[in-house]
Design a binder for this molecule. Sequence first.
Ligand code: COI
Length: 356
Amino acid sequence: RNAIGVQTASDASINGDREEHDLCNWDELKFSLIPTDYMYVMKCSSGEGAFSQGHLTRYGNVELSPSSGVLNYGQGLLEGLKAYRGADNRIRLFRPEQNALRMQMGAERMCMPSPTAEQFVGSIKQTALANKRWVPPSGKGSLYIRPLLLGTGAILGVAPSPEYTFLAYASPVGNYFTVSLGSMHFSVEDKVYRAIPGGTGGIKSITNYSPIYKAVTQAKAKGFTDVIFLDAATGKYIEEATACNIFVAKGNVISTPPIAGTILPGITRKTIIEVASWLGYQIEERAIPLEELMNADEAFCTGTAIAIKPVGSVTYQGQRVEYKTGEGTLSETLFRTLTGIQTGRIEDTMGWIVEI
Ligand code: COI
């Protein structure tokens, strides 16, 4: 165990010195954890106000005080970004500074200090490089990097933690949704709400996810892939799904709910808005009544973990509507463009790519 309480795995860890090609079955990657070699850790103690002495350490368990802010009161944020191996074998990160900015915004809301953008991006580069052999071959998946910002200091009273830990670990992944194209069937949830005005729905707080497990588990038990949440204030407008933003398309117009506190400002969402407008589509960020979703030509979801995936059907109170998916759809064009830039197949003219 080292000074920051990280239990270090021995070099003779489960995967030892195995070669890249037989690390795991690259053809069967899902969105589930495959432990990799290293993680990055950085601390900020009370009084310091700034993070320092970040370093790589072997991937392993983290020791926490039973009274830490994150365990007792959920003072924590998560991020998610990917390293992609292109057909040219080069490894690219996509807009990592956007994750840094989003973490800073979330930290401000959760009364936490945050790493600078430079520290954040530097730590992600180091994590990706140290786990390079885990970046799947081109076309097989990507290396998902999960940064966390946690209140790790001991605190019994309900107040900000006296010490914070930034941590980034990685896992090779396939798509978040393993269902085939056209088979994403969503239900609309009208009893449980994901976010409330003034709450934390607009940041990546770790507390945003488990409160919706029950609704999602129940929907899955009925055969749905995921659920779409409605706005808590009126119950009339669509917001987002469990772990992704949602877009609807009718004709040449693509719409998505606006960033106004209850919608997660997705980096893929932001990118799709930019890419779609270059491609000549009309893009609208505005409140979308549920009826509009039920009358759309296409619906699709975006997120780091899922990229872009078309929704096959939506069911609301027993009424089911189906959407166009596959060849010739708008979401397919956007998918090809987005993944083309991420993997180097399409030239990055925006400075979005950080090669490692
Ligand atoms: C991502 O797309 O990276 C997310 O953060 C969603 C996640 C909670 C799986």
